[in-house]
Design a protein around this ligand. Structure first.
Ligand code: SAM
Length: 279
């Protein structure tokens, strides 16, 4: 396929940034060709130039959103970077559960959940290791900007290749039904999880009621595509949504943009963050 011009790539990069705040490096412009090829075909177009020309002539918000979504990087796996899960199991959840005993409720958020493995990993961990929570109100929210991945998360359906990444064999047997080439998460875990499409960088966060509070938030491997300003604004919002004794996990190479509002704790070979209250 013919490659597009600098100006067209620049237009597309700007469009993606405007909608998802993802900063795409020009050295990876080739990704537009591969990621948008299906979208071009579906629209009867053969070149990126045609797409850009179409968008310059007339505003097409649905098409613009599809482009931003197609450019997201959705890499994930069950129990990815297993240490946060291990630390939750051994050290962080027991005291948190103790503290929530009066309300018998816990709330988790997998922000940028991709195809759902992070949320389901939490669900399986809770079911497997904390049977006392069986009659508690446990909510695991999963949100992602990309509609296609949210659909897969809702279906809870995974191919053998996805199953072979990070999932202990006994979890496969206990928490999945085998259907043809695929595996489907059993209702026991699926009913704990709720997935929806949402932008972390829109004018308001996906959760914004004054009583919205999370005990544990996973915001992993998404901020690396954001500018420093976007990270700062997002983490200030996340700070407001986390319970005072709540826990934030970032990706292993990510740090809070404003360290003054977070206490970073090194434990179990990983780092997690506790909200610091203004003194
Ligand atoms: C690399 S995946 C990380 C998935 C999971 N958190 C993990 O660590 O395995 C990044 C996800 O962030 C999502 N994403 C990118 N920009 C976003 C935004 N502005 N709002 C919400 N989700 C976004 C992408 O669609 C993608 O599914």
């Amino acid at each position: 396929m013919e490659t597009a011009s600098e100006v067209d790539y620049g237009y597309l990069r700007q469009l993606v940034f405007g909608l998802s705040q993802n900063v795409l490096d020009p050295s990876r412009d080739y990704l537009f060709e591969t990621r948008l090829s299906r979208l071009l075909r579906n629209r009867g177009m053969t070149h990126l130039e045609e797409l850009v020309q179409h968008l310059r002539i007339r505003k097409d918000p649905a098409l613009e959103r599809s482009i931003a979504e197609a450019m997201t990087i959705n890499e994930t796996s069950f129990f990815r970077d297993c240490r946060p899960f291990e630390l939750l199991r051994t050290e962080l959840l027991p005291p948190l559960i103790e503290a929530r005993r009066p309300m018998r409720s816990l709330r988790f958020w997998s922000a940028a959940c991709s195809t759902g493995q992070e949320a389901f990993s939490l669900g399986m961990l809770l079911r497997e290791h904390f049977p006392l929570l069986a009659d508690w109100s446990i909510r695991i929210e999963g949100t992602d900007i990309c509609g296609e991945v949210v659909e897969q998360a809702r279906a809870g359906r995974y191919h053998r290749i996805e199953m072979n990444r990070g999932l202990p064999a006994r979890f496969v047997v206990r928490f999945f039904d085998h259907v043809g080439e695929d595996w489907i998460v059993k209702p026991e875990v699926r009913k704990m999880c709720n997935f929806r499409q949402a932008n972390l960088c829109g004018p308001v966060l996906p959760f914004n009621r004054s009583d919205d509070r999370f005990d544990v938030i996973f915001l992993r491997n998404v901020m690396l595509y954001f500018s420093q300003e976007t990270r700062r604004a997002l983490l200030a919002g996340i700070h407001r949504l986390l319970a005072p004794d709540g826990i934030l996990f970032l990706g292993s190479s990510e740090q809070p943009a404003d360290p003054s509002i977070w206490t970073s704790v090194l434990a179990g070979g990983t780092c997690h963050f506790k909200p610091r209250r203004p003194s």
